[in-house]
Each structure stands twice: as C-alpha cells, then as structure tokens.
Design a protein around this ligand. Structure first.
Ligand code: TIU
Length: 221
C-alpha cells in the first residue's frame, strides 16, 4: 500500500491495482505546427511539463504500476470524426488537413505521435481515442477491468479538456482518480487552476490532486 499526501485528504492506493494514464502527450498538442497551435494556442506551457511527466512515468514503471497512454486522433477517412468537431470554429488548419507534421490529428501521422521523451515502452497500452474522454468509443474500460484496476493516476494535456473529461468518465465508473497537478497543463492557466479546484472540492467530488514529488515519495516508501 502507498499513502499519497494528496488533497483534499490522503489517498491510499495499491500499486498492483493502480494505473497511470498519460493523456494525449502528442506532438500535435505540444509542438509548433500542430493542432493546438492551429487553434491559436501558445504550446510552450505544455512543453514545460514534459520532464515532470517523464519523472512520473519513471516512478510508475519503477513501482510496477500499469502505464496506459492515450492519443486523440482519427481514422484517415475521418469516419470517426463528427463534422461538429471538424467544422467548429475558425482554426488555421482543421482535423485531417495537411500540416508540417502530417495530417492533423490523424492516426499514424507524425503529429499524432507521442513526444519522444514520453514514448511508450514494451508492454504499455496505447489507446487511440476519437473523443476528449478516453472511455468513449475505446476499449479502455474493458482493459482496466481485465487488469483489475481500482485507482487511476492522471497526467497529460489539456487539464480542462481531455484530462478532466476522462477523469469524470472514470469517476462515474467507480475509479479512485488522482491528478498529478504538475504533470498536466492547459493553454489557459486559469482553466488549469479552476479544474484542480473543482476536482478536489466537495470532499474529492471528482478525485484527488498531488504533486509528482508527493507521488514519487509515496511509491518509493
Ligand atoms: N487532448 C486534448 O485536451 N484535446 C484538446 O483539443 N485540447 C484542447 O485544449 N484544445
């Protein structure tokens, strides 16, 4: 058992029934010329959490915690991309358009890949997801059941979009959810802060938050 000095109160987890889910640490969100930048965002804050996320990954691997990576991406024919998602707003490039890292948010294109510093290693599950939430239209739920997972540690981008959506999906499915607050980032600092507050408010209504250092210490004990 590991006890994490989380907020709003300590969280006890069993490494054997815990998984780390690293959400969408893809070049398309983190590098210039990708989907995030096409929406008008400054991607540098997201780049800044890569080293911390790598530390969290290393701690999970060392503690034999299951690691799952997700990628937000679509089939090349866009059959799993609702027009409402592709057509909304006024981005410089839309999903499926050719960019400097291949077609935007399309499975198999360079931009849809996970940044090299956080590359999955052998045995780690990689889930491609068409939505913001990682449970929607994916086998994630069945995989977690097979692995007998009870607790999920979350990292990745962006805090209030794909990370929060997935945490809420997981919470409704009965998982204990912990967000590594310095291994997640938003294009909007105020949205990250609000998300952290709303997750742990009301007695951990969605889940817990802790720093990567707090998680590392608990897993090393
Ligand atoms: N992965 C994820 O969060 N997808 C997004 O589109 N996020 C934005 O903040 N745009």
């Amino acid at each position: 058992m590991a006890q994490i000095a989380a907020l709003p109160f300590a969280l006890t987890l069993e490494p054997a029934t815990t998984a780390l889910i690293v959400i969408d640490m893809q070049r398309d969100f983190i590098e210039d010329g990708g989907f995030g930048a096409s929406l008008g965002n400054d991607v540098r804050p997201l780049q800044a959490i890569v080293p911390t996320t790598a530390r969290l990954l290393a701690a999970a691997r060392c503690a034999d915690i299951a690691v799952i990576h997700t990628r937000e991406c679509h089939a090349p024919d866009l059959s799993d991309c609702p027009p409402a998602k592709r057509d909304r707003g006024d981005p410089s490039l839309r999903i499926g358009d050719q960019g400097s890292m291949g077609r935007m948010l399309i499975a198999g294109e360079p931009g849809a890949g996970i940044v090299p510093a956080l590359a999955p290693i052998k045995g780690e599950l990689v889930i491609d997801k068409p939505g913001k939430g990682a449970f929607y239209a994916t086998p994630l739920g069945e995989h977690l059941k097979t692995l007998n997972i009870k607790t999920l540690i979350f990292a990745g981008v962006t805090t209030e979009v794909c990370v929060q959506t997935t945490m809420r999906e997981a919470n409704d499915r009965g998982f204990e959810c912990l967000l590594a607050e310095d291994a997640t980032e938003s294009y909007f600092p105020q949205f990250k802060a609000a998300t952290i507050d709303m997750i742990r408010a009301q007695g951990a209504i969605v889940g817990w938050t802790a720093t990567t250092a707090q998680i590392e210490v608990a897993l090393h004990d």
